[in-house]
Design a protein around this ligand. Structure first.
Ligand code: RIB
Length: 345
Protein backbone atom coordinates (compact mmCIF):
# COMPACT_ATOMS: atom_id res chain seq x y z
CA UNK A 1 0.00 0.00 0.00
CA UNK A 2 1.55 3.31 -1.06
CA UNK A 3 2.07 5.79 1.76
CA UNK A 4 1.74 9.56 1.74
CA UNK A 5 5.53 9.71 1.72
CA UNK A 6 5.69 7.49 -1.39
CA UNK A 7 3.31 9.88 -3.15
CA UNK A 8 5.31 12.94 -2.07
CA UNK A 9 8.57 11.36 -3.24
CA UNK A 10 7.13 10.21 -6.58
CA UNK A 11 5.54 13.61 -7.22
CA UNK A 12 8.64 15.46 -6.01
CA UNK A 13 6.66 17.52 -3.51
CA UNK A 14 6.51 17.86 0.30
CA UNK A 15 4.22 15.90 2.60
CA UNK A 16 2.28 19.10 3.22
CA UNK A 17 1.62 19.51 -0.53
CA UNK A 18 0.22 15.98 -0.77
CA UNK A 19 -1.92 16.71 2.28
CA UNK A 20 -3.18 19.88 0.63
CA UNK A 21 -3.94 17.99 -2.61
CA UNK A 22 -6.15 15.71 -0.49
CA UNK A 23 -7.66 18.20 1.91
CA UNK A 24 -7.28 21.72 0.51
CA UNK A 25 -6.81 21.41 -3.29
CA UNK A 26 -7.83 25.05 -3.69
CA UNK A 27 -4.54 26.26 -2.17
CA UNK A 28 -2.40 24.47 -4.79
CA UNK A 29 -1.40 25.67 -8.25
CA UNK A 30 -3.44 23.71 -10.83
CA UNK A 31 -0.34 22.10 -12.38
CA UNK A 32 0.93 20.97 -8.97
CA UNK A 33 -2.48 19.69 -7.97
CA UNK A 34 -2.85 17.71 -11.23
CA UNK A 35 0.66 16.25 -10.86
CA UNK A 36 -0.06 15.02 -7.32
CA UNK A 37 -3.52 13.72 -8.20
CA UNK A 38 -2.01 11.77 -11.13
CA UNK A 39 0.55 10.11 -8.81
CA UNK A 40 -2.17 9.31 -6.25
CA UNK A 41 -4.22 7.61 -8.97
CA UNK A 42 -1.23 5.72 -10.44
CA UNK A 43 -0.09 4.49 -6.98
CA UNK A 44 -3.58 3.76 -5.74
CA UNK A 45 -2.87 5.78 -2.61
CA UNK A 46 -5.70 5.76 -0.06
CA UNK A 47 -5.55 8.57 2.57
CA UNK A 48 -5.48 7.19 6.10
CA UNK A 49 -4.62 8.41 9.58
CA UNK A 50 -1.37 9.92 8.38
CA UNK A 51 -3.34 12.07 5.90
CA UNK A 52 -5.94 12.91 8.56
CA UNK A 53 -3.15 13.85 10.94
CA UNK A 54 -1.52 15.96 8.24
CA UNK A 55 -4.91 17.55 7.51
CA UNK A 56 -5.23 18.59 11.08
CA UNK A 57 -1.51 19.44 11.15
CA UNK A 58 -1.29 16.90 13.98
CA UNK A 59 0.94 13.86 14.25
CA UNK A 60 1.64 14.08 17.98
CA UNK A 61 5.37 13.66 17.34
CA UNK A 62 8.02 15.88 18.97
CA UNK A 63 11.76 15.84 18.39
CA UNK A 64 14.42 15.93 21.12
CA UNK A 65 17.95 16.98 20.13
CA UNK A 66 20.67 16.60 22.78
CA UNK A 67 24.50 16.84 22.57
CA UNK A 68 25.51 13.58 24.28
CA UNK A 69 23.04 10.79 25.00
CA UNK A 70 25.90 8.70 26.50
CA UNK A 71 25.98 11.23 29.37
CA UNK A 72 23.56 9.98 32.06
CA UNK A 73 22.51 13.59 32.57
CA UNK A 74 20.90 13.63 29.12
CA UNK A 75 19.57 10.09 29.57
CA UNK A 76 17.64 11.28 32.64
CA UNK A 77 16.54 14.42 30.77
CA UNK A 78 15.28 12.26 27.88
CA UNK A 79 13.39 10.06 30.36
CA UNK A 80 11.60 13.15 31.65
CA UNK A 81 10.72 14.23 28.09
CA UNK A 82 9.50 10.75 27.25
CA UNK A 83 7.30 10.42 30.35
CA UNK A 84 5.63 13.80 29.78
CA UNK A 85 5.10 12.97 26.08
CA UNK A 86 3.65 9.54 26.88
CA UNK A 87 1.20 11.09 29.35
CA UNK A 88 -0.02 13.40 26.55
CA UNK A 89 -0.12 10.56 23.96
CA UNK A 90 2.82 12.01 22.03
CA UNK A 91 5.91 10.15 20.81
CA UNK A 92 9.49 11.42 20.79
CA UNK A 93 12.17 11.21 18.10
CA UNK A 94 15.53 11.30 19.92
CA UNK A 95 18.55 12.82 18.10
CA UNK A 96 22.12 12.84 19.46
CA UNK A 97 24.43 15.52 18.02
CA UNK A 98 27.73 14.38 19.61
CA UNK A 99 28.19 18.10 20.41
CA UNK A 100 28.39 18.75 16.62
CA UNK A 101 26.64 21.84 15.23
CA UNK A 102 26.67 20.24 11.75
CA UNK A 103 24.74 17.23 13.04
CA UNK A 104 22.45 19.60 14.95
CA UNK A 105 21.62 21.47 11.71
CA UNK A 106 20.95 18.21 9.87
CA UNK A 107 18.67 16.94 12.61
CA UNK A 108 16.72 20.22 12.59
CA UNK A 109 16.21 19.86 8.82
CA UNK A 110 15.17 16.20 9.03
CA UNK A 111 12.76 16.81 11.90
CA UNK A 112 11.26 19.80 10.06
CA UNK A 113 10.80 17.66 6.94
CA UNK A 114 9.16 14.99 9.09
CA UNK A 115 6.62 17.65 10.11
CA UNK A 116 7.11 17.03 13.82
CA UNK A 117 4.84 19.28 15.82
CA UNK A 118 7.65 20.69 17.98
CA UNK A 119 11.35 20.30 18.71
CA UNK A 120 13.08 20.32 22.10
CA UNK A 121 16.76 21.11 21.83
CA UNK A 122 19.82 21.44 24.03
CA UNK A 123 22.04 23.40 21.62
CA UNK A 124 25.50 21.93 21.10
CA UNK A 125 26.92 25.42 20.95
CA UNK A 126 25.52 28.95 21.20
CA UNK A 127 23.51 28.47 18.00
CA UNK A 128 20.63 30.78 18.87
CA UNK A 129 20.82 32.45 15.43
CA UNK A 130 20.44 29.10 13.63
CA UNK A 131 17.52 28.22 15.89
CA UNK A 132 15.86 31.56 15.16
CA UNK A 133 15.94 30.66 11.42
CA UNK A 134 14.22 27.32 12.18
CA UNK A 135 11.59 29.09 14.28
CA UNK A 136 10.98 31.54 11.41
CA UNK A 137 9.91 28.53 9.28
CA UNK A 138 7.08 28.00 11.75
CA UNK A 139 8.68 25.07 13.58
CA UNK A 140 7.82 25.17 17.27
CA UNK A 141 10.98 25.08 19.37
CA UNK A 142 11.67 24.91 23.09
CA UNK A 143 15.10 24.95 24.70
CA UNK A 144 15.95 22.48 27.42
CA UNK A 145 19.00 22.89 29.67
CA UNK A 146 19.51 26.28 28.03
CA UNK A 147 17.81 29.67 28.52
CA UNK A 148 16.06 30.94 25.39
CA UNK A 149 18.08 34.19 25.43
CA UNK A 150 16.82 36.22 22.45
CA UNK A 151 14.69 33.39 20.99
CA UNK A 152 10.87 33.63 21.00
CA UNK A 153 10.45 30.19 22.56
CA UNK A 154 9.94 28.41 25.85
CA UNK A 155 12.99 27.36 27.80
CA UNK A 156 13.80 25.28 30.85
CA UNK A 157 17.30 25.71 32.24
CA UNK A 158 19.45 25.56 35.34
CA UNK A 159 21.34 28.53 36.74
CA UNK A 160 24.76 27.23 35.69
CA UNK A 161 26.54 30.40 36.82
CA UNK A 162 25.29 29.81 40.36
CA UNK A 163 26.35 26.17 40.01
CA UNK A 164 29.90 27.21 39.16
CA UNK A 165 30.04 29.53 42.17
CA UNK A 166 28.79 26.72 44.45
CA UNK A 167 31.66 24.48 43.30
CA UNK A 168 34.35 27.14 43.79
CA UNK A 169 32.99 28.25 47.16
CA UNK A 170 32.87 24.67 48.42
CA UNK A 171 36.55 23.99 47.66
CA UNK A 172 37.60 27.43 48.88
CA UNK A 173 35.83 26.88 52.23
CA UNK A 174 37.77 23.61 52.56
CA UNK A 175 41.01 25.59 52.30
CA UNK A 176 41.89 24.82 48.68
CA UNK A 177 43.99 27.59 47.16
CA UNK A 178 45.39 25.78 44.09
CA UNK A 179 42.47 24.51 42.03
CA UNK A 180 42.46 22.81 38.63
CA UNK A 181 39.44 23.58 36.43
CA UNK A 182 39.03 20.45 34.27
CA UNK A 183 36.22 21.05 31.77
CA UNK A 184 35.15 21.29 28.14
CA UNK A 185 35.29 24.09 25.59
CA UNK A 186 33.89 27.50 26.53
CA UNK A 187 31.94 27.20 23.25
CA UNK A 188 29.65 24.86 25.19
CA UNK A 189 27.18 27.28 26.79
CA UNK A 190 26.83 25.37 30.05
CA UNK A 191 30.63 25.36 30.47
CA UNK A 192 30.86 29.08 29.77
CA UNK A 193 28.15 29.87 32.33
CA UNK A 194 29.75 27.69 35.01
CA UNK A 195 33.13 29.31 34.42
CA UNK A 196 31.48 32.73 34.68
CA UNK A 197 30.09 31.71 38.05
CA UNK A 198 33.54 30.61 39.21
CA UNK A 199 35.10 33.88 38.09
CA UNK A 200 32.32 35.96 39.64
CA UNK A 201 32.61 34.19 42.99
CA UNK A 202 36.38 34.85 42.94
CA UNK A 203 35.56 38.56 43.09
CA UNK A 204 33.95 38.04 46.50
CA UNK A 205 37.12 36.49 48.01
CA UNK A 206 39.62 38.69 49.94
CA UNK A 207 42.88 39.13 48.00
CA UNK A 208 44.94 37.26 50.61
CA UNK A 209 42.66 34.21 50.30
CA UNK A 210 42.30 34.16 46.53
CA UNK A 211 42.78 30.66 45.06
CA UNK A 212 44.89 30.13 41.95
CA UNK A 213 42.78 28.57 39.18
CA UNK A 214 44.58 26.52 36.50
CA UNK A 215 42.47 25.55 33.47
CA UNK A 216 42.79 22.30 31.53
CA UNK A 217 40.41 22.12 28.56
CA UNK A 218 39.11 18.80 27.26
CA UNK A 219 38.12 18.01 23.67
CA UNK A 220 35.01 16.24 24.96
CA UNK A 221 33.29 16.13 28.34
CA UNK A 222 33.77 12.38 28.71
CA UNK A 223 35.32 10.17 31.39
CA UNK A 224 37.86 8.70 28.95
CA UNK A 225 39.00 12.12 27.75
CA UNK A 226 39.35 13.29 31.36
CA UNK A 227 41.27 10.15 32.34
CA UNK A 228 43.78 10.60 29.49
CA UNK A 229 44.23 14.31 30.22
CA UNK A 230 44.63 13.75 33.96
CA UNK A 231 47.22 10.99 33.45
CA UNK A 232 49.28 13.46 31.40
CA UNK A 233 48.72 16.26 33.91
CA UNK A 234 49.90 14.08 36.80
CA UNK A 235 53.06 13.26 34.84
CA UNK A 236 53.81 16.99 34.64
CA UNK A 237 53.27 17.46 38.37
CA UNK A 238 50.31 17.74 40.75
CA UNK A 239 50.43 21.43 41.64
CA UNK A 240 46.83 21.58 42.86
CA UNK A 241 44.84 20.22 45.82
CA UNK A 242 41.36 20.53 44.32
CA UNK A 243 39.71 19.86 40.95
CA UNK A 244 36.48 21.45 39.72
CA UNK A 245 35.16 19.23 36.91
CA UNK A 246 32.80 20.33 34.11
CA UNK A 247 30.56 17.35 34.80
CA UNK A 248 30.45 14.06 36.71
CA UNK A 249 31.83 11.99 33.82
CA UNK A 250 34.95 14.16 33.83
CA UNK A 251 35.19 13.78 37.61
CA UNK A 252 34.94 9.98 37.41
CA UNK A 253 37.67 9.89 34.74
CA UNK A 254 39.91 12.19 36.76
CA UNK A 255 39.46 10.14 39.96
CA UNK A 256 40.33 6.96 38.06
CA UNK A 257 43.62 8.53 36.92
CA UNK A 258 44.46 9.92 40.38
CA UNK A 259 43.86 6.57 42.08
CA UNK A 260 45.92 4.73 39.43
CA UNK A 261 48.78 7.09 40.28
CA UNK A 262 48.28 6.41 44.03
CA UNK A 263 47.04 9.93 44.66
CA UNK A 264 44.39 9.68 47.37
CA UNK A 265 40.98 11.28 46.86
CA UNK A 266 40.14 13.37 48.86
CA UNK A 267 43.15 13.17 51.22
CA UNK A 268 45.64 14.40 48.58
CA UNK A 269 43.28 15.92 45.98
CA UNK A 270 39.61 16.83 46.34
CA UNK A 271 37.37 16.41 43.29
CA UNK A 272 33.94 17.96 42.67
CA UNK A 273 31.75 17.05 39.71
CA UNK A 274 28.61 18.58 38.15
CA UNK A 275 25.19 16.98 37.43
CA UNK A 276 24.95 14.50 40.33
CA UNK A 277 24.17 11.64 37.94
CA UNK A 278 22.91 8.37 39.42
CA UNK A 279 26.42 6.85 39.49
CA UNK A 280 27.87 9.79 41.45
CA UNK A 281 26.78 8.52 44.85
CA UNK A 282 27.85 4.93 44.20
CA UNK A 283 31.27 5.67 42.62
CA UNK A 284 34.42 4.16 44.19
CA UNK A 285 34.80 7.51 45.91
CA UNK A 286 31.23 8.83 46.34
CA UNK A 287 31.32 12.04 44.35
CA UNK A 288 30.65 15.51 45.67
CA UNK A 289 28.73 17.19 42.90
CA UNK A 290 26.51 20.10 41.87
CA UNK A 291 23.11 18.54 41.40
CA UNK A 292 20.92 19.36 38.41
CA UNK A 293 17.29 18.12 38.17
CA UNK A 294 17.79 16.47 34.76
CA UNK A 295 14.54 14.47 34.73
CA UNK A 296 12.50 17.48 35.86
CA UNK A 297 14.16 19.66 33.21
CA UNK A 298 13.07 17.25 30.49
CA UNK A 299 9.56 16.71 31.88
CA UNK A 300 8.90 20.46 32.24
CA UNK A 301 10.25 21.25 28.75
CA UNK A 302 8.10 18.56 27.13
CA UNK A 303 5.00 19.85 28.96
CA UNK A 304 5.69 23.35 27.62
CA UNK A 305 6.17 22.33 23.97
CA UNK A 306 3.14 20.03 24.07
CA UNK A 307 1.04 22.80 25.59
CA UNK A 308 2.11 25.00 22.67
CA UNK A 309 1.24 22.25 20.16
CA UNK A 310 -2.18 21.74 21.75
CA UNK A 311 -3.08 25.43 22.06
CA UNK A 312 -0.88 27.45 19.68
CA UNK A 313 -3.26 30.41 19.62
CA UNK A 314 -3.44 30.79 23.39
CA UNK A 315 0.13 29.69 24.22
CA UNK A 316 2.40 32.17 26.03
CA UNK A 317 6.11 31.31 26.10
CA UNK A 318 7.52 30.54 29.53
CA UNK A 319 11.09 30.68 30.83
CA UNK A 320 11.66 28.24 33.71
CA UNK A 321 14.93 28.27 35.67
CA UNK A 322 15.87 25.59 38.21
CA UNK A 323 18.55 26.20 40.83
CA UNK A 324 21.42 23.71 41.22
CA UNK A 325 22.45 22.51 44.66
CA UNK A 326 25.65 21.28 46.28
CA UNK A 327 25.66 17.59 47.28
CA UNK A 328 28.64 16.88 49.54
CA UNK A 329 29.99 13.33 49.59
CA UNK A 330 33.46 11.95 50.25
CA UNK A 331 35.42 13.12 47.20
CA UNK A 332 36.09 16.51 48.81
CA UNK A 333 37.71 17.30 52.15
CA UNK A 334 39.67 20.08 53.88
CA UNK A 335 43.30 20.39 52.77
CA UNK A 336 45.97 19.05 55.11
CA UNK A 337 46.97 22.55 56.16
CA UNK A 338 43.33 23.52 56.65
CA UNK A 339 42.82 20.44 58.81
CA UNK A 340 45.87 21.41 60.84
CA UNK A 341 44.48 24.92 61.26
CA UNK A 342 41.16 23.45 62.34
CA UNK A 343 43.05 20.85 64.39
CA UNK A 344 41.24 18.03 62.52
CA UNK A 345 43.26 14.83 62.75
O1 RIB B 1 26.66 18.98 27.84
C1 RIB B 1 27.59 19.52 28.74
C2 RIB B 1 27.04 19.52 30.14
O2 RIB B 1 25.90 20.39 30.20
C3 RIB B 1 26.52 18.19 30.62
O3 RIB B 1 27.52 17.43 31.23
C4 RIB B 1 25.48 18.61 31.63
O4 RIB B 1 26.12 19.12 32.79
C5 RIB B 1 24.82 19.73 30.85
O5 RIB B 1 24.16 20.62 31.71
Amino acid sequence: MASIRDVAKAAGVSLGTVSNAINRPEVLAPLTLRKVQKVIEEMGFVPNASARNLRAGRNRVIGLIVPDISNPFFTALAMGVNDAAFAAKYVVILCNTDESTDKESQYLEVLSAQNVEGILITPARETIRALAKVAEKGIRLALVDRPALGLQACSVAVNDSYGGSLALTHLHELGHRKILLLTGSEDIPQVADRNTGIRDSMKEIPANQLPQIMELRLDSMSASNAYDAMMKKIESGVDFTGIICGNDLIALGAIRALREKNIAVPEDVSVIGYDDIDFAGSANVPLTSISQPAYELGFAAAELIISECENPERHVHQRIEFQPRLVVRSSTAPTKSHRANLRIS
